[in-house]
Design a binder for this molecule. Structure first.
Ligand SMILES: CC(C)(COP(=O)(O)OP(=O)(O)OC[C@H]1O[C@@H](n2cnc3c(N)ncnc32)[C@H](O)[C@@H]1OP(=O)(O)O)[C@@H](O)C(=O)NCCC(=O)NCCS
Length: 186
């Protein structure tokens, strides 16, 4: 398995992995990616992928993939909060990660996280993410990578008639700050 940058030719593998989540949901799966009510069309996916590819190409965002036997089986993205880096919250990266259902629990997610966070080091001093509270394995995984809990929103997700809490997590790589209220110049 190798982890590398996103390529234009990766579209179909990413789309297939994402589409499988809709099947998983139908079967009551407990994955932690929030989905639309209906599966997006291939045209919708092309739009999403083009944005991702472009942001990675021009340095606005980060997109790495895991390749196994010639096939992409997972990806991890970090995009600027608010969509552009040149904004008052552009130093905050928003992380997303997905591994193909047949390849989970084999270290691919960890390898993707390590690679994406390394690339984020000089770009996004803060990285945040959102995770289903029911996705306890993923929460543990993020904790291992230095994410800490930053809040919990009750019932933020609705899936198959159930309400699930959202856990917000953040990884802060800024130098320690002074006491509350101290300005940067004091
Ligand atoms: C969460 C996810 C990215 C982790 O990737 P992975 O390749 O399975 O992770 P690794 O093999 O490197 O690490 C395994 C850890 O992830 C946890 N994990 C979370 N969901 C898992 C799953 N569905 N299958 C296996 N392991 C999972 C395991 O519990 C394990 O932690 P542990 O060692 O403390 O038990 C992946 O399982 C996945 O894509 N899940 C579905 C989508 C999702 O929930 N994404 C997260 C959105 S916030």
């Amino acid at each position: 398995m190798t982890v590398r940058e996103l390529r234009w030719a990766d579209f179909d593998d990413l789309r297939e992995t994402y589409y499988l989540l809709y099947e998983e949901r139908e079967r009551g799966g407990n994955h932690g990616i929030h989905l639309f009510r209906d599966r997006p069309t291939v045209a919708d996916e092309v739009g999403w992928f083009s944005g991702l590819f472009r942001r990675n190409l021009d340095g606005e965002g980060i997109a790495v993939v895991a390749e196994r036997e010639g096939r992409v089986v997972g990806h991890c993205t970090i995009d600027p909060s608010g969509g552009v880096r040149a904004s008052e919250r552009g130093h905050v990266g928003v992380l997303g990660i997905l591994v193909h259902r047949d390849h989970r629990g084999q270290g691919i997610g960890s390898a993707l996280l390590a690679a994406a966070l390394e690339k984020a080091r000089d770009v996004f001093p803060l990285v945040r993410l959102s995770v289903f509270a029911s996705n306890e394995g993923a929460v543990r995984l993020y904790e291992r990578f230095g994410f800490v809990h930053a809040g919990r929103i009750p019932g933020a997700f609705r899936r198959q008639g159930a309400e699930i809490d959202e856990i917000l997590m953040v990884r802060d790589r800024r130098p320690p700050r002074g006491p509350p209220g101290a300005s940067a110049r004091s």
